[in-house]
Design a protein around this ligand. Structure first.
Ligand code: NAI
Ligand code: MG
Length: 345
């Protein structure tokens, strides 16, 4: 039986996760779900972010479905580093997968881009770079304060994520990978990335390649997002570029992601790109589509391709088939997509 760990988290996290569960119930009947109470309330009650015993339990699951963590009542970084990043690192989720599509029935802010024209995926390195936690500070609070934050890049880590991007590209229609870095200034890490990219590319003669500096890529994501197929990049660049990608494809409420351990040694984790949105929490207005699309990624990762496709199709039908002006709550949207999935399957 498939065992899914569910971490609703904070703010709108539990609201959108409940809707994702409705869809999962229909798409993967009979799975076993275990809810984990992690996030701000657990931290306030016990001081814990992610106890070792819970980490061990999570490791016994086939996948993790996560809502979002973070709350204004908790100092910045405590939950993000102590829970979210700890999970990504402990479970070696080195592929941070972020697909971007401009769905039929939706509109983005770009006047000359039509639905269906944007369809790319960002493969962001997930466990190295500037997020590796290498740094420290000295003389804190004084005028002599020093703070460092180092970017760690290994040949091993760079090669495996680039290889994953090529594998994905070789299964897609356009078969194109763009490597994004800042090799003109970050000459050490950039050189490692570019050399590794060229060497891996030699193993995939059917896949076209190019390289862009991250600042140029940020511009091209806005003025010609149609040109991208697969983008592979480091942790920080990928974090920033995928928010731009979400913005040009109709907003953060639609953007799904997977923190994937492709080796299957530990569970992969699926979550919306957005955070806990404390400004709209508890109002029933959060869009659950990003969380629902994360379920589609989860199903694909576990090899349930038919169910994964059904969820994607149901979301597409829902977005293109809505009556304009009809107010829909978070749970209305979950109900409607779940019904569509059950009609398809
Ligand atoms: P956010 O993504 O939570 O919200 C940004 C804006 O987008 C807000 O105006 C919010 O109302 C809106 N929004 C987000 N998701 C939405 C949805 N599904 N439907 C409709 N509107 C939506 O980012 P913010 O405000 O920077 O962060 C809030 C908290 O979330 C912070 O504590 C942050 O650290 C945390 N966070 C957690 C993440 C995670 O758990 N993976 C990712 C990003 C932020
Ligand atoms: Mg981010």
């Amino acid at each position: 039986m498939t065992r899914i760990a569910v971490i609703g988290g904070d703010g709108i996290g539990p609201e959108v996760t409940a809707e994702a569960r409705k869809v999962l119930d229909v798409a993967l009947p009979g799975y076993e779900a275990t809810e984990y109470d992690l996030g701000a309330s657990r931290y306030h009650a016990t001081g814990e972010t992610l106890p070792d015993s819970v980490l061990d339990e999570l490791d016994g699951h086939d996948a993790i479905l996560l809502g979002a963590v973070g709350d204004p009542s908790v100092p910045p970084g405590v939950l993000e580093r102590g829970l979210l990043l700890r999970l990504r690192f402990a479970f070696d989720q080195y592929v941070n997968l972020r697909p971007s599509r401009l769905w039929p029935g939706t509109s983005g802010p770009l006047a000359d881009v039509k639905p269906g024209e944007i369809d790319f995926v960002v493969v962001r390195e997930g466990v190295e770079g500037l997020y590796a936690g290498a740094g420290g500070s000295l003389h804190k609070g004084s005028s002599a304060e020093i703070a460092t934050e180092e970017s760690l890049n290994t040949r091993y880590g760079t090669e495996r994520v680039i290889r994953d991007a090529f594998e994905r590209a070789s299964r897609r229609d356009r078969r194109h990978v763009t490597c994004v870095h800042k090799a003109n200034v970050l000459v050490h890490a950039g050189d490692l990335w570019r050399r590794t990219f060229a060497e891996v590319a030699a193993d995939y003669p059917d896949v076209d390649t190019d390289y862009q500096h991250v600042d140029a890529a940020a511009m091209f994501l806005v003025n010609r997002p149609q040109s991208f197929d697969v983008i592979v990049t480091d942790n920080l660049f990928g974090d920033i570029l995928t928010d731009i990608a979400a913005a040009v494809t109709g907003g953060i409420g639609l953007a799904a992601s997977g923190c994937v351990n492709p080796d299957g040694a530990h569970p992969s984790m699926f979550e919306p790109v957005h955070g806990s949105a404390p400004d709209i929490a508890g109002q029933g207005v959060a869009d659950p589509i990003a969380a629902i699309l994360s379920v589609s990624l989860l199903l694909e990762n576990l090899g349930h391709n038919e169910a994964a496709t059904a969820v994607g199709t149901a979301v597409g039908d829902e977005l293109s088939g809505r009556t304009p002006g009809l107010p829909l709550s978070t749970s209305d949207i979950g109900d409607r997509v779940a019904t569509r999935v059950s009609d398809i399957l």
